[in-house]
Design a protein around this ligand. Sequence first.
Ligand SMILES: [Zn+2]
Ligand SMILES: [Zn+2]
Length: 273
Amino acid sequence: MTYTNAHRLFVQASMSERFFTEAKAIDMYTKACSANNGSCFSQEFDLPAPEEFQEFISTINQKLNLVDMEFRRSHDEDDGNPVWALVNTNGDEIAKLATEYSPAEISYFKRLIELIVTADDDAFSASSIMALKEASKIKTQLSKSAAEILLQRFVDDKWLVQSQSGKYSMSQRTILELQAYLKDEFEEYLIECTLCYDIVTKGQRCDVLECKSRFHHHCARRFFSSQNEKVCPACKIAWKSSNIVGEPLRISEGSSRRNKRAIPEDDDDDLYQ
Ligand SMILES: [Zn+2]
Ligand SMILES: [Zn+2]
């Protein structure tokens, strides 16, 4: 596919947010195509076919790769819905925060990430008390009220999420955009989902301590729906969905089913990766 005005429009529209749901991405794609008076997809359907959208994104990525960037796809750990982020591929992603935050604010953010990733028992979260205490340990200390405001900014800017119990954890944006940084700094603390190989900070784990099986909630749902028995694929012990990694889900399971998705969740992974 040649790079057209539609691709350019899509990139421009995504620049302001950089992180969005796939539903939003497809909406932006549809608008970019119609603004370019033409169809980038066959008009028989209201929505583009997955392979047309995939081709559109890979055409953009070929251009973005020249400047060490690309659109990358993952799934929201809470609802399992596909999400996209515009990411740096040169490993220095955390530098990107410099346009939004001061050096002191970035050091605080890094400390928070460390606190979250290295939390005991695969909790992948930090209480607000712990988070605020961390503000006094950085070189340019932040007052408690400055730290409170900053924590809220990290949440508003979608770098952190705060659970109902007040705990902070990494957002899907952080996991996607800062992935190379996280892997460089905290390799031994990160866990991969045994089913999709993405980082898991919210999911389920095998009951057997020595067993390495860890699943995202949405990966577990999909996997067990095609199995006769709910047992760990590695050690064959009964699988308990209540045995969790990280913070509990923010939304109840199944509520995402109400959203009409453009692309069926079950068979999309191979198409988009
Ligand atoms: Zn997974
Ligand atoms: Zn197991």
